[in-house]
Design a protein around this ligand. Structure first.
Ligand SMILES: Cc1cc2nc3c(=O)[nH]c(=O)nc-3n(C[C@H](O)[C@H](O)[C@H](O)COP(=O)(O)OP(=O)(O)OC[C@H]3O[C@@H](n4cnc5c(N)ncnc54)[C@H](O)[C@@H]3O)c2cc1C
Length: 403
């Protein structure tokens, strides 16, 4: 009903909420708000995303070794709510006119915008990455790498970046392609943020899978067929996977929204842009400060930001003040191929606790976590309140003036 009015332009009273990006955070915002808006006729919810399929980004290292990603339809998930799905590429945001441009020819007006366009791998910082390296920025990239690996009869794959995406990718490739030599290169040691037991386990698993780890190294250049390290040494590579560093969509900065040095939208405690309060920022695209520091991009933190933005929008529409967002980390699950994993439990500020899971228990835990977002959205659609539970971080996130 609201949509029909919207399309014919007669629903002047409806508050138009446009959500950009149907990743883990944007999807959470859309489902939460759509479920709540079912009970009201004064809110229009529109979700915009480049693909019709929801991308399980947490499985991209699996897709890179040929595993099929599930066909999860965003439009089907929203069916039964009044939310509208627009498939398209966002090319500009105009916060003065309060419009969003899609595919350069469609203009969507909004009253409140939720910006959840996530991040992609940063291919600009090092020469040759853009031209010669693979990335895991989206499903197409992962599938492209899978095809390349399947074609390599033998040779060396260099995984550049020893953060958790690099570790998971190197382990996955080594397990699925045992005839390939896998070299994991990076500044820090793999699992450097874990407790000694978890790190020792992770090191042993990489060793067992035959991954050669070289930490403390800086990549200077990616060349056709090799990676050049600072100092001039070259490491031969038949394929390079670049996992180091992320880049935020340039659209926020181009629109004049206040962003940090990484292009993330700087938010207030309610997740609104500090420069444009009618824009909420969620997930990896947002620079959200907690008492322990600025949150780093994860799904575990991203989904709560989406839900919180939706709850805040609803509160404001009811004439109430939004509540401050609080979030504390609780785990770092890391897959080590399909048959092994390690889960580091953490304090709310993401420092490691003593407790960790390893082996089969960890594999089960990791898979449960990875598979959970989609059913969570389904549940939220029926029972919006079910999405509002996440660890608030206790004393780690309490700041003076916060309730
Ligand atoms: C291999 C891998 C493993 C990971 N494992 C974990 C893990 O175990 N646990 C964890 O917590 N996190 C993990 N992460 C991180 C996690 O995936 C991200 O933090 C999360 O995806 C961020 O969610 P988001 O909604 O902010 O952005 P995204 O999930 O990136 O979604 C952004 C959406 O916006 C769309 N989009 C972008 N630009 C445009 C545009 N201009 N127009 C239209 N649409 C656009 C994209 O297509 C996408 O659908 C992993 C990441 C990778 C790559």
């Amino acid at each position: 009903m609201k949509n029909a009015q919207h399309e014919t332009g007669t629903a002047a009273h409806a508050h138009r909420v446009v959500i950009l990006g149907a990743g883990y955070a944007g999807m959470a915002a859309a489902v939460q708000l759509a479920a709540r808006a079912k009970r009201r006729d004064d809110v229009d919810v529109t979700l915009v995303n480049a693909q019709e399929r929801f991308t399980e980004r947490m499985r991209l290292h699996m897709a890179a070794t040929g595993r099929q990603l599930a066909e999860l339809s965003i439009a089907e998930l929203l069916a039964g709510t009044d939310a509208r799905f627009v498939r398209g590429w966002v090319t500009a945001v105009d916060p003065d006119a309060k419009t969003v441009r899609i595919d350069d020819d469609q203009v969507l007006p909004y009253d409140t915008l939720v910006f959840g366009l996530g991040t992609t791998t940063d291919t600009s910082a090092i020469s040759g990455v853009e031209e010669h390296a693979h990335t895991l920025s989206n499903a197409e990239d992962a599938e492209f790498l899978a095809e390349r690996l399947a074609r390599l009869g033998s040779g060396t794959v260099v995984v550049a970046g020893s953060g958790l995406t690099g570790v998971e990718s190197a382990a996955e490739i080594a397990e699925q392609h045992p005839y390939l030599d896998v070299v994991l290169l990076g500044r820090q040691e793999p699992g450097s943020t874990m407790n000694p037991r978890a790190k020792t386990y992770l090191d042993a698993a990489l060793h067992r899978l035959g991954v050669q780890v070289r930490s403390g190294v800086e990549v200077a250049k990616v060349l056709p067929g090799a990676v050049e390290l600072a100092g001039g040494e070259t490491v031969a590579a038949d394929a390079v996977l670049w996992t180091s560093g992320t880049r935020t969509s340039p659209l926020a900065a181009a629109a004049g929204l206040a962003v940090d040095e990484r292009g993330r939208i700087v938010t207030d405690t309610a997740l609104r842009s500090v420069s444009h309060p009618d824009v909420y920022a969620v997930g990896d695209a947002a620079a959200i400060r907690q008492a322990y520091g600025v949150m780093h991009g994860t799904c575990q933190g991203g989904m709560p930001t989406g839900v919180h933005a939706a709850l805040s929008i609803e509160r404001v529409l009811r004439g109430r003040q939004p509540k401050p967002f609080r979030f504390g980390y609780y785990h770092t699950p890391v897959s080590l191929g399909r048959h092994d994993a390690v889960v580091q439990f953490t304090r709310p500020d993401d420092t490691p606790r003593r407790f960790c899971l390893t082996g089969r228990m960890a594999v089960r835990y990791k898979e449960t976590v990875t598979a959970s977002p989609w059913p969570t959205y389904g549940r939220m659609k029926k029972m919006p309140a079910s999405g509002a539970f996440w660890p608030r971080g206790g004393r780690f996130t309490r700041i003076r003036g916060n309730r």
